[in-house]
Ligand binder design. Structure first.
Ligand code: HEC
Ligand code: HEC
Length: 195
């Protein structure tokens, strides 16, 4: 409990810093954008199936996740090097930049039966109450429509099995008791929904 409270305190402090930085957000340096693009693809549309696209995500979602990743509350070892020296202004500028990019989902083959099973699971688990009915996300809640299927599968497994201190606990709770097959069906349904 003490650790959880300390983690929450760190999150709130870090987010307050970001809110303060809103006023003077510069545009991100081209070299920084190039570093992000190496993994997240041109304009934030990841061409690597297991990595998330960040184009067209809600600005607040991107900001929050970058702070959590920088503070180590969401553990993304691949991003340690690039996030290390980033200040709040740069995070604000990055979030604004990527929120303004158009999402271009990867081409995929839709399996009708699997999509229907995923839709039914999502309906029963009320995923749309937070992610919105068309899964385009809002505020701190990410867009799921058109996100890479392989990444969604990994992410859902991580939420169910090992969410870590910075992840949303209500979000994780919606997956309790779901089987691996269920997570695969959900990922297929969401990836093949169009933003
Ligand atoms: C070396 C590869 C790499 C680089 C460089 C990188 N990222 Fe990431 N990023 C990842 C991986 C891998 C994940 C997903 C981790 C996971 O599985 O949760 C991620 C996750 C994210 C997320 C959370 C997305 C989501 O949907 O949950 C955001 C936002 C993000 N990165 C932004 C950036 C930005 C902005 C930059 C440039 C400053 C950057 N990343 C550079 C690999 C990278
Ligand atoms: C109570 C609101 C809420 C509900 C209900 C909810 N989510 Fe979420 N979800 C969130 C929030 C907030 C985040 C971002 C915070 C985080 O990653 O810890 C998130 C993140 C995610 C992510 C990570 C996406 C990414 O780009 O990293 C996936 C995948 C996801 N949700 C799928 C689902 C599915 C599937 C359901 C239904 C079974 C669901 N969510 C129900 C609030 C919710």
């Amino acid at each position: 409990m003490g650790a959880a409270r300390a983690a929450l305190g760190a999150i709130l402090l870090a987010l307050a810093g970001v809110a303060f930085a809103q006023a003077a957000a510069p545009t991100p340096a081209p070299a920084l954008l190039a570093a992000c693009a190496a993994c997240h693809g041109p304009g934030g549309n990841s061409q690597l199936p297991e990595l998330p696209s960040i184009a067209g995500q809600p600005r607040i979602f991107i900001e929050n996740q970058l702070v959590l990743i920088r503070e180590g509350l969401r553990d993304v070892p691949a991003m340690k090097a690039v996030m290390g020296g980033l200040g709040d202004e740069e995070i604000v500028a990055l979030a604004r930049h990527y929120a303004g990019q158009a999402a271009v989902p990867l081409v995929m083959t839709v399996q009708r039966e699997q999509r229907l099973r995923g839709a039914e699971l999502s309906r029963r688990a009320l995923c749309g109450t937070c992610h919105l009915a068309d899964y385009t996300g809002q505020k701190q809640v990410p867009r799921l429509a058109g996100q890479n299927e392989a990444y969604l599968r990994l992410s859902l497994k991580q939420f169910r099995d090992d969410p870590g201190p910075g992840r949303d606990t209500i979000m994780a709770a919606t997956l309790l008791g779901m089987r691996d097959d269920d997570l695969r069906d959900l990922a297929h349904y969401l990836a093949s929904s169009r933003p």
